[in-house]
Ligand binder design. Structure first.
Ligand code: TEU
Ligand code: CA
Length: 538
């Protein structure tokens, strides 16, 4: 059976800075990625997505690009990128790059020219005489005053990340150019950063109901822009995989972005399922995750995408999120069980699984001891804002739970002092979890999370029921179990996952395909954090 690549592939995300340092400067680098290609091959992934390594002042770790077509010497050289593409190809691995096209760094030549008064380049950005009351995603106002012009420019993220003016066709042309530059180098995948924010409204007005996002999220011309991007860049090739990172989108727009006959993108990331532990919708206010809400969001998105034949992405981790094993699992008492249970659900729903570095051996949250350990601009900005209003200890707890740095601690390759990540001083501390397990230790253990991921990836390649089967959800009201069925031809797989540390009764029927607790009979209760796949014929 010949199933298109899109359905059988798995992506592995590398946060270059924290992956593998080969020259002892404490920062991961491109040569470090080349060095680990055999490891990735062994895991069995098809694409490697690299977070930005372009020239950047690193105010937002490379999401503030100062030159899209040059490699930051901190990470390596253009030759390294070319070698990486080549070496990956030898191992049937394709390279996916991160395109940050909503904004540039204020160090970018375009912005520098704008600041020197060059009108052409001022129109590359969004300068206004009056600001609106919109808030930045990283805290504080979304406008920065420029005395020289007595004007403000829009910056939805850091003040050093100026939003580009996509209404200007010259800007779009320049950005197509950037994308084509990398496609010409043999890049086979593209991840578009916050790309649903690029279409800004015609009129800039104050938001009396929120932070302004309703005016620019999935903005008025967004689908047109996605089609143009497609036509002018990757759409000219046969085999480029694309995913758009969609900030606060909704199902209706999500379907449109990913519906194949609309010629926009292959798939999107949405984050609604990763906000179920935001108390009152506020990121920096913790609450235990709402399991029923979590299941409802996953099933609503899965079913809507299926109905429109649009493809999903499936993920719990990335460089902006806390670690799933600490957030939804139990990284102390059921480390192996909860890591593999979560993986089972992510790999067996309908869609392309994204594995984030470290997830494959259950890397936990950072558990830092003080704010000095944190590097992330969002964490520091919000800490300062929040402590003006609330108890400092409570704010720190929230940072510990939600900081993006939870996902950015370096890889723990082995049990040596610097964990095989670097010979120097790592730019950010290793996770301070008291029982930190290395990739090496996991690999040699009886209960290897890595080996379980290998098995999940193989199943996708061997079993059409995984890659292209239909999905339906069961028992959405069950307070403890996540249950769904996949079906292809006469084969039905039931996936049962216990999201909690208590046993629970549930009737079981069928043949065991996969079990994360080595279950060999159906007679007993579902164990803590158990994941089980049962097969029956229809
Ligand atoms: O992220 C966009 C984004 O919306 C998140 O950073 C979000 O604001 C954050 O998790 C707060 O909840 C992308 C990149 O993935 C991120 O690393 C960049 O910082 C951001 O865009 C700006 O380029
Ligand atoms: Ca380095």
């Amino acid at each position: 059976m010949n199933i298109p690549n899109k359905f059988t592939s798995v992506v592995y995300q590398i946060y270059v800075k924290s992956f593998n340092d080969t020259n002892g400067d404490g920062l991961g680098d491109l040569r470090g990625v080349i060095e680990k290609l055999d490891y990735l091959k062994e895991l069995g992934v098809d694409y490697v997505w690299l977070t930005p390594f372009f020239i950047s002042p690193q105010k937002d770790n490379g999401y503030d690009v100062a030159n899209y077509k040059a490699v930051d010497p901190r990470y390596g050289t253009m030759n390294d990128v070319e070698e990486l593409i080549e070496e990956a190809k030898k191992r049937d691995i394709k390279i996916m790059l991160d395109m940050v096209l909503n904004h540039t760094s204020t160090d970018h030549e375009w912005f520098q020219k704008a600041m020197s008064g060059d009108q052409k380049h001022k129109e590359f950005y969004i300068f206004k005489d009056e600001p609106t009351n919109w808030l930045s995603k990283f805290g504080g106002p979304a406008w920065k005053y420029v005395e020289k012009f007595d004007q403000y420019y829009l910056c939805l993220f850091d003040v050093t990340q100026a939003d580009l003016n996509w209404e200007n066709p010259e800007v779009r042309e320049e950005l197509y150019n950037v994308v084509n530059f990398w496609l010409d180098k043999g890049v086979k995948g593209l991840r578009f950063d916050v790309v649903n924010l690029v279409s800004k409204p015609d009129v800039y007005e104050d938001d009396y109901m929120g932070d302004g996002r309703r005016f620019y999220t999935d903005g008025p011309r967004i689908h047109e822009y996605m089609r143009l991007l497609n036509q002018n860049t990757f759409g000219k090739y046969e085999d480029i995989l694309t995913v758009g990172e969609m900030s606060s989108t909704n199902i209706e727009n999500g379907v449109k972005y990913a519906k194949p006959d609309r010629s926009e993108l292959d798939m999107i990331f949405n984050f609604h399922h990763l906000k179920v532990d935001y108390d009152g919708g506020r990121k920096w206010h913790n609450k235990p995750f709402d399991f029923l809400e979590y299941k409802k969001i996953i099933s609503d998105w899965q079913l809507a995408m299926q109905e429109h034949e649009a493809y999903n992405s499936s993920f719990l981790n990335c460089h902006d999120q806390p670690r799933s094993v600490s957030r939804f699992g139990d990284d102390v008492n059921y480390h192996y069980e909860s890591a593999t249970m979560l993986a089972t659900t992510m790999h067996l729903v309908r869609g392309m699984p994204y594995i984030y570095q470290g997830e494959e051996y259950g890397l936990p949250n950072a558990y830092f001891k003080s704010m000095d350990d944190f590097r992330d601009v969002e964490s520091h900005n919000n800490y300062e804002i929040e402590i003006k209003e609330r108890d400092e200890k409570e704010v720190f707890e929230a940072i510990l739970a939600k900081s993006r740095d939870n996902g950015r601690t370096p890889m723990v390759w082995d049990d040596s002092e610097k964990h095989g990540f670097t010979t120097g001083i790592p730019w950010i501390n290793f996770s301070q979890h008291p029982d930190l397990k290395s990739a090496e230790k996991d690999m040699n253990s009886e209960q290897s999370i890595f080996k379980y991921y290998q098995r999940l990836i193989q199943l996708r390649k061997q079993e059409p029921v995984v890659s292209i089967g239909s999905i339906k959800f069961l028992a959405l009201e069950h307070p403890q179990l996540f249950i769904f069925e996949r079906e292809f031809e006469n084969k039905v797989w039931t996936v049962i996952a216990n999201f909690y540390g208590q046993e629970v009764e549930y009737p079981l029927e069928g043949e065991i395909v996969l079990s994360n607790i080595k279950r060999n009979e159906l007679a007993s209760k579902i164990k803590p954090y158990e994941a089980l796949v049962l097969e029956r014929k229809k």
